[in-house]
Ligand binder design. Sequence first.
Ligand SMILES: [Zn+2]
Length: 360
Amino acid sequence: MKAIVVRPPNVGAEVKDVDLHEPVLPGRVRIRTLYTGICGTDRGIVGGKITFARPPDNSGELILGHEGLGVVEEVGEGVTHLKKGDLVVPVVRRGCGVCLNCRIGRQDFCETGNFVEAGIRGLNGFMREEFVDSASYLVKVPRAIADIAVLTEPLSNVVKAVGQVIHIQKRMLWTCGDSSYECRNAFVVGTGPIGTFFSLMFATYGFNVYMLNRRDPSPAESVIAETIDATFYNTSKGYAELPKADVVVDTSGYPSAFIPLLGKMNKNSILVLFGTSSNDSAKVDAELVTSIVENNIAVVGSVNASKEDFAEAVNYLTMWKERYGGLLNKMITSVISPEQATEALMKKPSGEIKTVIKWS
Ligand SMILES: [Zn+2]
């Protein structure tokens, strides 16, 4: 079968024929891949910049891809909640089997670090025509969202992070006088797919959402901001016109993009760090530390997602499709073949929100 393979830390990706001889053992499922999404992590691996990327043990190459959507072709003995023809999205991280969090399905909070991640570290990914996976790592998707369900994985990470915000902010009374979040402002730094999902989530919770970037919005970004009643704010004109924030989410990974916003944070607010980067030297100084302390500001990093977060992401996609019509389809800015993917993996196409590869 056709697959997109990489040899980390070498630069580049290749479309080639691979034969993995994967039998459908008890508890496992054969899936025909429909779509896989391309994200910054994939480009980081192909560009040789993700130091933790590694092939499965005893293999020199890794099949790329962690944002997948497929259709069940065959189920192994003992699989009861899936049948041939069902649409499924696979979970990315697989637990260490040792720590308590992994043993209760919360491998996103693995304590040992000995987990594997499909298409990233130690486990082949989904950029191939078919794969066999454990039923316990597959999330069923309704037909009604077949056209956008490839977005489930990136959204699952946002579902987790926003859940963390709501959970942590229970440290006090944080809702408004009418029990809503309508008096709260959420700043989202970055307007890629992850930033867009954070904006959608906070808008759904009832926050006043500010989508921040260092430039004016693209036509697609304007439509998204308008549809969800968010304000798109160009930070290149300074921060003076922004109100105070109750939540700041950074999806850019650049400290220089979110540190100037810390002076805009309300008392008891929360900063969520989601993005990562490798070349920014902005520093946190003593004055900033004092401000974080004196204002009870919480700082949380968030990565990955549990199977529950994937299922919740499927629910949000279903609800948003009903509420916003074709808005989510506008996030999929191009659909390409596996052969075209090697170039798209090296260089982000201009105007991209999400590029997806069509497999069948
Ligand atoms: Zn673990």
